[in-house]
Design a protein around this ligand. Structure first.
Ligand SMILES: Cc1cc2nc3c(=O)[nH]c(=O)nc-3n(C[C@H](O)[C@H](O)[C@H](O)COP(=O)(O)O)c2cc1C
Length: 386
């Protein structure tokens, strides 16, 4: 797929029209008509691998990592030769839905693993020291997340490299008629030390999990401060997406026409009773119902190191699903640590984890048409010190 491909599949678009409302929303779902593609916001995907300096080469891929609400919370310091110091941009936290930065840390684990895979392509091995100045379990402090030293010519190229540019978090209804086999799920084990992997295609278990993610989604949507946090990071239309290539991108025709007419606004998305608010809910119900299988990752504890390892595992899992032509979408609402979600948080842990373990990631798995790329800040904008 290239950037000319409309994000929203035609049949979905027509289905939405048939429902009486031309609308697409949610974490990264957008309908880009050909002329509305935000090329500037997508340029990082075309520029990956074009840098010759080894750290910049690896980082040009790492910035394509999956991460919560696509806020891209990473910053890097390149002032020390052969070393990348990875830092957090505290302005890119999501304190309402990720109060302890657990998901943010997982996103940084994805970033580190992508950096490692890309560096291996040039024969570099990475010596990664996590939290060289310590870490805080309540909030990632301004201390470095990792000191990464590039060691020349010792690594064998990681074959998952070939899937980096096609990897997506697929926010779509999956094809429920196309079965995912138990063998396929078993082959997706990312085998990262300290991270448990499991999955299911069992009809009964899948239906319990579908209901759980839907109930949890409604809690998020109906808790104003949590919903508002997502609305705040939405980028409405091509100009806004190009100006701020992050967050939840909503663009393309006819969405942008609706925005211009005032039919789709941030306040309408936040207000119960409006068509925009209700459609946001209905769309997720339909999407979650179309889920033939699930996968999840657990860790024995919830340390920062465990969260980074879960991110590394998730990234590998996502590259493996890409390799196999499968679609994967994280569904994180029931894993979030705030009072209103407590019931579903407990339930998902009873269902999927042993006592004391943490479910770090839960994902819908199935088949879906190829999804579009999401925006990224350029590498230069992520280098704080050169
Ligand atoms: C820790 C974590 C949690 C996420 N949770 C969700 C989620 O609940 N729902 C969802 O649709 N996407 C979720 N995502 C996916 C991000 O929205 C996605 O990575 C981001 O928008 C960039 O898109 P891409 O992965 O297709 O490049 C999550 C990603 C990470 C790393």
């Amino acid at each position: 797929m290239n950037s000319q491909t409309p994000i929203m599949p035609r049949r979905r678009f027509i289905a939405i029209l048939g429902g009486g409302l031309i609308f697409a929303a949610g974490a990264g779902i957008g309908g880009f008509a050909l002329t509305r593609t935000p090329h500037h916001a997508l340029a990082a995907w075309d520029q990956a691998g074009q840098q010759s300096e080894p750290r910049r080469y690896a980082l040009s891929y790492a910035i394509l990592a999956p991460n919560p609400h696509n806020l891209q919370p990473w910053q890097v310091d390149l002032s020390e030769p052969d070393v990348v110091t990875v830092l957090v941009d505290p302005a890119r936290r999501l304190p309402e839905t990720d109060p302890f930065d657990r998901q943010l840390t997982i996103g940084l684990g994805c970033f580190l693993e992508l950096m490692r895979i890309a560096a291996s392509q040039q024969g570099y091995q990475l010596d990664i020291t996590l939290f060289p100045q310590g870490s805080d379990n309540l909030m990632l402090a301004s201390h470095p997340v990792a000191r990464v030293r590039f060691v020349a010519a010792r690594a064998t190229a990681d074959t998952l490299f070939d899937n980096i540019l096609q990897r997506r978090s697929t926010k779509e209804a999956f094809d429920v008629l196309q079965d995912v086999s138990g063998d396929q799920i078993a082959m997706l084990n990312p085998t990262i030390a300290g991270v448990g992997f499991a999955g299911t295609r069992d009809t009964e278990q899948v239906s319990v999990l579908r209901e759980l993610i839907w109930q949890a989604y409604q809690v998020e949507h109906k808790t104003p401060a949590k919903l508002q946090e997502s609305i705040d990071v939405m980028r409405f239309g091509k100009a806004a997406i190009n100006a701020s290539p992050d967050g939840i991108d909503l663009g393309g025709m006819p969405l942008e026409a609706m925005m211009a007419l005032g039919m789709l606004t941030k306040p309408s998305l936040a207000t119960p009773g409006t068509i925009a608010y209700q459609t946001g809910l209905d769309m997720y119900q339909t999407m979650f119902a179309a889920t033939p299988a699930f996968v999840w990752l657990t860790t024995p504890n919830n340390s920062r190191e465990a969260q980074i390892a879960a991110g590394q595992a998730w990234l590998r899992l996502n590259l493996m699903t890409t390799q196999q032509g499968l679609a994967l979408q994280p569904v994180s609402q029931c894993l979030q640590e705030y009072t209103e979600m407590e019931f579903h948080y407990q339930r998902v842990h009873e269902l999927l984890a042993a006592r004391g373990e943490t479910v770090q990631m839960l994902g819908r798995l199935g088949y879906a048409p190829a999804a579009a790329r999401t925006p990224r800040w350029s590498l230069d904008e992520k280098i704080s010190i050169t």
